[in-house]
Design a protein around this ligand. Structure first.
Ligand SMILES: C[S@@+](CC[C@H](N)C(=O)[O-])C[C@H]1O[C@@H](n2cnc3c(N)ncnc32)[C@H](O)[C@@H]1O
Length: 274
């Protein structure tokens, strides 16, 4: 672990504690709609993660619990993990409101083996998780650690190649703004608000993110002893996480220009050998 890592994670934690209530009140997450129809999962993960009914599922970085609750309502016995104490309170309240049992654990992903016992049939994580974790090999070892032999790991995540672009001056054109290959330093973002409200004036508005390549993620999972079942790359996203995109259908967001040229999402499924 590099000496400044704890400092980066502490700054990120104060940021996530601050934005969790903003997100829960946002149109982006539509918690009011979720209370009426508690299912936030997107077709990609539902189709690819496989049957969850009757299985134990560990959800890494659940935010304030919507996806964890959704998997539980599909019949999984869910344990959710996130490092934000504010988010865990929100998650527990939401689970109670919709009458769904989920065990929520407050821990950083890297510390989880010290805070949680047991093995799971499925380890699941999704959309906006990896850039917060400084060491993808450590993350992969943690995911593998919690899988039963024969268990399934599944991730669907924003593609790091799409993350190299930003909008040009006209707001719509794409230009290369960031490197694809990590240089060992975190990317520092400041004063960007948050993805549900770019104008939000935050007290904790400096975050540290850790770039990664798809190859690094795949290789880390393989080195952790998992057998890769597939790596899928998608020509569309489910969330509008880039400014130069538009909604083209339910759960489908595409680039305004060059649609099909850049993969906004990838997914990986892997199994732990018996
Ligand atoms: C973008 S959100 C995940 C979004 C989730 N897919 C959703 O839409 O609800 C990222 C989450 O990672 C959590 N997080 C960031 N760094 C973490 C860490 N080191 N350990 C555990 N959780 C972390 C944050 O608290 C936040 O809830």
């Amino acid at each position: 672990m590099r000496p400044d890592e704890q400092q980066f994670l502490a700054a990120n934690l104060t940021h996530w504690d601050e934005v969790a209530p903003i997100h829960a009140a946002s149109a982006f997450y539509d918690v009011a709609g979720f209370r009426v129809r508690p299912d936030s999962l997107k077709p990609i993960e539902v189709a690819e993660a496989g049957e969850v009914r009757g299985k134990t599922l560990l959800h890494l970085q659940y935010h304030f619990g919507m996806d964890s609750i959704s998997w539980a309502r599909r019949g999984a016995q869910v344990t959710g993990v996130d490092f934000s104490p504010v988010a865990i309170d929100q998650a527990r309240t939401l689970a109670r409101e919709v009458g769904t049992a989920v065990r929520f654990v407050c821990s950083s992903v890297d510390d989880l083996p010290r805070h949680l016992e047991g093995l799971f049939d499925i380890v699941f994580t999704s959309y906006g998780v990896l850039s917060w974790l400084p060491d993808k090999q450590r993350w992969a070892r943690t995911a593998a650690h919690f899988l039963k032999p024969g268990g399934t790991f599944y991730i669907v995540e924003f593609h790091p190649f799409a993350a190299i672009f930003d909008s040009g001056p006209d707001g719509e054109a794409m230009r290369i703004a960031y490197r694809y290959f990590p240089d060992g330093e975190p990317q520092v973002f400041e004063g960007l608000g948050t993805y549900t409200d770019r104008e939000a004036l935050l007290k904790h508005n400096r975050t540290y993110e850790f770039p990664f390549t798809v190859g690094e993620v795949l290789t880390s999972l393989a080195e952790a002893g998992l057998r890769i079942e597939f790596l899928h790359e998608f020509p569309h996203s489910t969330y509008q996480f880039l400014p130069f995109t538009h909604q083209t259908g339910p759960d489908e967001v595409r680039l305004l220009q060059h649609a099909g040229s850049v993969p906004p999402l990838f997914s990986i499924k892997a199994t732990k050998p018996v």
